[in-house]
Design a protein around this ligand. Structure first.
Ligand code: SF4
Length: 363
């Protein structure tokens, strides 16, 4: 480890002083001024925001967070919600296993823990869907525990502050050790949020604002001129591409045939269009015999581990059709495209775009 010419206590005080004036406002956050005045964060809101924020940004999460907390203001309210309502509100945020675990966790807290979130890293880690990152974040932010929170922003800041050139993910534990050494015993929750804010607002991936950074003096990458190269990453394997077919069936009165996906697996528990498996050569699997029309355009979507290309087929739902197990015929007025996961909504948008075009050209 190279010497930063500044001790850890100085560094964390410099950062907290910066945070006191520059903390981002977020609907779940207690500002440093309110925190100093004795306001404590609501662990339910902190937990919910941290689960939503995994793999995505504050901007993408804010509306979802506000809708969830308006509809389910406490963990008991969320625990009592219908699964389908929660999955519907989550639609579009992706990583649907998180929504299922969110519900499981809410039910454990509401039913087994009298609605009170545990206040330690170890106890939080035992709850469904809470991994090391979320346990550390909730313990630190909601309960002011001395825990090290290491997200992508913090990794970047630590790699630059210490001018670490070994690549992620192998170097993660070294970056965590740097972050742990800096975590103060006073105001650890504010400090955790301060490092994340520094990474999100000044120490950004492409154009770090070193000139106004509270750590510009000790930062080794700034001195070495290497900040924009860091953190280094081991190149990823290219993602494979899978193919699939979805079948949009609509009755003459505008009702839609949908299918709830099995709880386990990708998009588990979400509503979607009936369709084939997704692989290199999918076999057609129409939900009923009909003259299926190919919409002639593809849906493209990227999941964590693969790219997906879907063919979209359309047919009229026969009046005598009876929904099979797992299928639902949603009346026209109950159908909300926003309840669908993004990849399924893209198929609907494709149909809608073509239908609108047809209507316009016939006017
Ligand atoms: S000085 Fe620049 S590179 Fe170093 S922590 Fe600050 S913004 Fe990041």
């Amino acid at each position: 480890m190279r010497d930063l010419n500044s001790d850890d206590a100085d560094l964390n005080q410099q950062l907290l002083a910066w945070y006191d004036h520059n903390a981002r406002a977020m609907p779940w956050r207690v500002s440093p001024a309110d925190r100093a005045a004795g306001v404590v964060p609501d662990p339910y809101r902190i937990w919910l925001s941290e689960v939503m924020l995994q793999q995505t940004t504050v901007a993408a999460v804010t509306d979802y967070f506000q809708r969830f907390t308006r509809r389910w203001p406490t963990v008991a309210d969320l625990a009592a919600a219908e699964d389908a309502d929660v999955m519907g509100e989550w639609a579009g945020l992706g990583y649907y296993a998180r929504a299922r675990n969110l519900l499981k966790c809410a039910r454990v807290v509401a039913n087994d823990l009298e609605g009170v979130f545990p206040d330690s890293y170890e106890a939080l880690l035992k709850l469904p869907g809470i991994g090391p990152y979320t346990a550390a974040a909730v313990a630190s932010i909601a309960f002011d525990r001395v825990e090290t929170v290491l997200d992508g922003n913090v990794e970047r800041v630590m790699a630059r502050l210490h001018d670490v050139h070994a690549p992620l993910p192998g170097v993660k534990s070294e970056l965590k050790a740097h972050a742990a050494a800096l975590t103060p015993t006073q105001r650890p929750g504010d400090y955790a949020q301060a490092v994340m804010d520094l990474g999100a607002t000044l120490c950004t991936p492409k154009n770090p604002a070193c000139g106004i950074c509270p750590w510009r003096a000790p930062c080794l990458a700034r001195v070495a001129g290497t900040a924009t190269e860091l953190p280094k990453k081991t190149p990823k394997q290219p993602k494979p591409t899978r193919l699939g077919i979805v079948y949009l069936a609509r009755s003459a009165s505008g009702d839609w045939l949908l299918e709830r996906r099995p709880d386990k697996g990708l998009l588990g528990g979400m509503l979607g269009w009936p369709g084939s498996d997704w692989n290199e050569a999918p076999s057609p699997k129409a939900p009923f015999e009909a003259d299926w029309q190919d919409l002639g355009a593809e849906v493209r979507h990227t999941f964590t581990h693969f790219h997906l290309i879907l063919r979209v087929m359309l047919a009229e739902l026969p009046p005598e059709f009876t929904a099979q197990e797992g299928q639902e015929i949603l009346p026209r007025h109950d159908f909300r495209p926003t309840d669908l996961p993004t990849v399924m909504r893209k198929a609907f948008d494709l149909w809608k775009g073509q239908t609108d075009l047809l209507t316009t050209s016939q006017q």
